[in-house]
Design a binder for this molecule. Sequence first.
Ligand SMILES: Cc1cc2nc3c(=O)[nH]c(=O)nc-3n(C[C@H](O)[C@H](O)[C@H](O)COP(=O)(O)OP(=O)(O)OC[C@H]3O[C@@H](n4cnc5c(N)ncnc54)[C@H](O)[C@@H]3O)c2cc1C
Length: 386
Amino acid sequence: MPNTVLVLGGGVGGLVAASRVRELLPEHDRVLLVDRAFEGALGLSMLWVLRGWRNREQVRVRPTPTALRGIDMIKAEIETIDVDRRQITTEAGELAWDALVIALGAAIDAQGVPGLDDAFASGTAGEFYTLAGAEALHHRLRGIDSGRLAILVAGVPFKCPAAPFEGALLAADLLRSRGVRDSVRIDAFTPDPLPMPVAGPDVGTALVQMLEEHDIGFHPNKKIERVENGALHFTDHDREPFDLLAVVPPHRPPAPLTTTGLGTAGWIPVDAATLATDAEGVWAIGDVTALTLPSGKPLPKAAVFAEGEAETVATGVARYLGYDVPEARFAGYGGCYIEIGGRQAAKGEGDFFAEPAPAVTLYDPSTKFHDEKVAQEADWLNRWNK
Ligand SMILES: Cc1cc2nc3c(=O)[nH]c(=O)nc-3n(C[C@H](O)[C@H](O)[C@H](O)COP(=O)(O)OP(=O)(O)OC[C@H]3O[C@@H](n4cnc5c(N)ncnc54)[C@H](O)[C@@H]3O)c2cc1C
């Protein structure tokens, strides 16, 4: 009997998982990849859209049947995932699986902060966690000549722990290029005690120093309560006015996850080495997962990990279906770039599974790291848009 492998979500993790499973399985087995749009973008590209180095069309990832040869692409909204009956429901009908990989990412919830929707509607606030948002915010940054720009992390967890601070640094770079940087104050607010707390105090402190060197205020332990009349209201009763707000909106588990019965908080608990869930024949990768590190903190939501996990899970799926492929174990090694403007990027990289805490090094900004990032984006676009 031919097998059916179902991969849910055609973002970073899903694309790599489906492709790798296809390579490992014989032709008679089916690989189905389901996504609502088959249209995405790398997160790092969104930051460049915010800065104005890219426009939306230049960075869109629209995976083609050529890039996904041998994989059935099904464009549909996934509604429920029933791990007991081994089937999903979509707006286009039901699909059954022999092995399932869940790679649905994290959903953005702009309504998760009272008053934020109104601030978006009035044009005083924007976000840079979607392509459309990043482009709109870029235009707002082109229009501000004085006052205060606030960068707000509205909740944890959120994708890419460096991104809010990279956003602040790139906004500063854009304002500098416009000759108005000295008349716009920039402040970053986060509920965390330091930037990228998972990477440890040395990395966090170095990032705060980097922000200070660029005259960006850093405000830790700030939990937002509401946005009202052009001001951030925090749970400690602090009120911080802004002229323009750039927000990392709260993230939520995608709706179908609530139907799986896996995990209590919505994010799916997985085995750190295999990404297996508690349900037989079901794996989860990328932003949907709750992967607890030896330090007790969760693994950050980042493309570099989604991609590594996808490689691991593909071998797990093939072995589960009875094929003789070598076992792979996810090692938790990875890192990300922190663009600071002027075509320079720093890089934080290390072993997140190290005990008792992740061993991460922050390398100084250089053009080399910026160029690596440019190459990463080009490789990704060439791989899927062909
Ligand atoms: C501004 C920004 C900067 C970033 N920078 C970096 C960086 O420098 N380095 C790094 O490693 N990571 C970075 N990231 C994080 C990275 O983008 C994510 O961690 C990564 O995309 C996660 O991959 P994923 O496969 O889990 O989810 P995604 O890539 O988000 O894919 C999820 C897919 O599921 C689909 N989907 C969701 N729900 C449904 C449904 N109900 N029905 C059908 N389809 C559905 C979506 O359409 C999407 O295609 C950044 C993110 C942002 C926002």
